[in-house]
Ligand binder design. Structure first.
Ligand code: AHG
Ligand code: MN
Ligand code: MN
Ligand code: MN
Length: 338
């Protein structure tokens, strides 16, 4: 019985067209939309890799709806995604971290999908050449009518049709899942201009022994988070403690490392960020979708992220992503059981 021909090395387009991701809806429009996201990732990659030369580092001088100073690359990535997604007429509207309201791209009722995105995640790391990323999710519009409205976006993350991210790290890697067909990583080969399958069916390992949190916030954490934080640092060979701490400050980088190596990432609520810092629609939900599809868990510390009923486009939630065992243990601390 010859070994199954390895699929590592086939392109993202082939993988999508061959429906190897077990789409919930393998329509041509859906596969075309996924390919538009792949195109945007290539375009943004080339801009990220040359940012220092193309005079697109630094600030635009504007402030976004989050109250953050907008980096030139935030804006470039946002515009690149909007134009790629608008090109084939399958995406009705986009909700973006950089847009106060969703941008309608097509009023054709046949445009049946909407996209949520953080076009450039980890903006504070752009100018110091540390990994940054793009996060995306695809939802089906609630009904086939012209355009889209907030109600098409304010849905629990479990309704996502696909979600993933692009990590502009030592290499550029696109990770995507449709929730049912596994989580797959595609690495960009700039000499060919294609994404090639490099990590088929990613599963989060258990007992990763890593934790990722901004220790600088510890003075503002709740008593429960502090107790968990002290526990992970205690000497205990039997439970692989003390865990090693890794924190990049770009969610895409910290979450991707956690997905591949195991452990957990946490951005809990604190006295300053009472609802947490990360945004539900285009940061927490896409990653929660990926982590659950890879056999991990994603919680606010008290509830499953994918079950949260959103009320506002840019609402923030506490986020804990990781291996089932590590996240379950974190929840026990949050519930005062430890
Ligand atoms: P963005 O750059 O898209 O605004 O997101 C930044 C987020 C996320 O990437 C990261 O996990 C978090 O901010 C880091 O926050 P702190 O600097 O407060 O740790
Ligand atoms: Mn931002
Ligand atoms: Mn972000
Ligand atoms: Mn961002």
């Amino acid at each position: 019985q010859p070994p199954a021909a390895s699929r590592v090395g086939i392109t993202l387009e082939t993988y999508i067209l061959d429906g190897m991701m077990g789409f919930p809806e393998a329509t041509g429009a859906f596969t075309s939309l996924l390919n538009q996201i792949g195109l945007a990732a290539k375009l943004i990659t080339s801009k990220v890799r040359r940012a220092g030369l193309a005079n697109i580092l630094g600030y635009t001088g504007e402030t976004n709806v989050q109250g953050e100073q907008v980096q030139k690359l935030d804006e470039v990535a946002n515009e690149t995604l909007l134009s790629s997604l608008g090109r084939r007429g399958h995406c009705a509207a986009v909700a973006s971290e950089e847009l106060e309201e969703p941008r309608v791209l097509s009023t054709d009722p046949r445009a049946r999908y909407v996209v949520v995105t953080d076009p450039l995640d980890g903006s504070s790391n752009i100018d110091v050449n540390i990994s940054i990323g793009t996060i995306f999710g695809i939802l089906r519009k609630k009904e086939d009518r012209a355009g889209a409205e907030a109600a098409d976006f304010l849905r629990p993350g479990r309704e996502l049709l696909a979600a993933g991210y692009v990590l502009y790290g030592s290499s550029t890697m696109l990770v995507i899942t449709t929730g049912v067909g596994g989580v797959h990583g595609f690495t960009y080969d700039p000499t060919v201009g294609e994404f090639f399958l490099s990590h088929e069916n990613i599963r989060i390992p258990s007992g990763g022994g890593l934790y990722s949190i901004n220790e600088g916030n510890s003075g503002r954490w709740t008593e429960e988070v502090r107790r968990w934080n002290a526990w992970v640092k205690e000497e205990d060979k039997g439970t692989g403690r003390p865990y090693a701490c890794r924190y990049v400050g770009s969610l895409v980088a910290d979450a991707h490392r956690t997905l591949l190596k195991g452990g957990l990432f946490a951005y809990p609520a604190d006295r300053k960020n009472q609802r947490g810092k990360l945004r539900l629609l285009y940061e927490a939900n896409p990653f929660a979708f990926v982590f659950e599809a890879a056999g991990g868990r994603a919680t606010t510390g008290s509830e499953r992220i994918l079950d949260i009923e959103p009320t506002e486009l840019h609402q923030r939630v506490p986020v804990v992503l990781g291996g089932t065992e590590e996240v379950t243990l974190f929840e026990e601390f949050m519930r005062g059981k430890r």
